[in-house]
Design a protein around this ligand. Sequence first.
Ligand SMILES: Cc1cc2nc3c(=O)[nH]c(=O)nc-3n(C[C@H](O)[C@H](O)[C@H](O)COP(=O)(O)OP(=O)(O)OC[C@H]3O[C@@H](n4cnc5c(N)ncnc54)[C@H](O)[C@@H]3O)c2cc1C
Length: 351
Amino acid sequence: MEQFDIVVVGGGPAGATFARIAGENRKILLLDQNGRPKPCGGLLSPDAQKALARFEITLPKEILVDPQIFAVKTIDLATWKERHYQRMYINLDREKFDLWLRSILPPGVEQVCGRCCSIRRQGGGFLVGYSAGGSLHTVFAKQLVGADGAGSVVRSQCFGPLKTRRYVAIQQWFLAKDVATRPFYSCIFDPETTDCCAWTIHKDEYLIYGGAFAPKSCRAQFERQKEKLRQYGFPFGEPVKTEACLVLRPKSPKSFCCGGDGVFLIGEAAGFISPSSLEGISSAINSAVALCESLGEPDPHRAYFQKTRSLRWKLLLKNIKCLGMYQPFFRSLVMASGITSIRLFGEGKAR
Ligand SMILES: Cc1cc2nc3c(=O)[nH]c(=O)nc-3n(C[C@H](O)[C@H](O)[C@H](O)COP(=O)(O)OP(=O)(O)OC[C@H]3O[C@@H](n4cnc5c(N)ncnc54)[C@H](O)[C@@H]3O)c2cc1C
């Protein structure tokens, strides 16, 4: 049976970053169930840009999509009010971004396309079982890193369920020419259908409409909100693709799990995602860096917990920002005040 210093389950931004920076001097297996692109808005926030810049990394233009975005149109469906705010995002093809992150790993990192299905402790390490190419395989890992996202198998098998808020994110892709709206990024609030948010983003010839909804009635509420948006001015036609996945929204220190006893969790598997914007790529990269820096310490679990303290606080404090964004009364006050918003040309004047 093949043995590794570390098996990393999940090759998204967290797992790929960790494998890239920890794989220079360790024998690492990166296991990812390739072929199922992660539903995502694919917007690289300033925090994520900064996290990449720490490695003097630049992005190849092949992973960018049209148009590039520097403002968001906020739409409140409760009041039919709109405001524009400056936001510096890079608009990406998320699938290509993940593939690119996995293409810049050190040659010593072994990459396998397979789905992790079992984890058992044995002899001071772990037997990690995965299915690939129709058969089951087992490898031995001295340490295990769970970077397998919101629905982490590593987390659920080793630590049980996380005490956090869970939503189902649903995204539909439309041909942009059928929707005929300006290619603008919008963030949508509609308390009747969700206490989280929704969005539209243009990606080359497509328009994505997506949102995060309570799991119980997610599809019905998604369709209900889509109908309201049609009335608002988004003439959605037939979708070319529908995708869905779990998304977490931390609200207390118990919403995070860094791991323990030889198993480390990074990225969304650890619960690291912004509860206000659902932005998670920066936390994925930053937690991967924190773990890599902790592995050489005498007590790596303690060190990792300490090094992610500021990240956990930062994410929890975003719940305060959520009040102004998600509480209908405060949101209407903030939007009515126009504070930090961009005044559109001709706004407020009779045309
Ligand atoms: C609809 C939506 C839109 C979003 N938009 C944005 C955005 O625009 N910008 C932003 O910064 N964040 C966004 N996020 C959040 C962001 O996508 C995540 O926080 C981020 O991808 C987390 O990175 P990760 O590496 O921890 O996990 P993931 O990106 O989820 O990667 C996990 C990887 O593990 C693999 N995997 C899972 N289970 C197994 C298994 N059992 N065996 C092997 N491999 C496995 C998956 O294939 C995947 O490649 C969005 C989230 C959603 C749901």
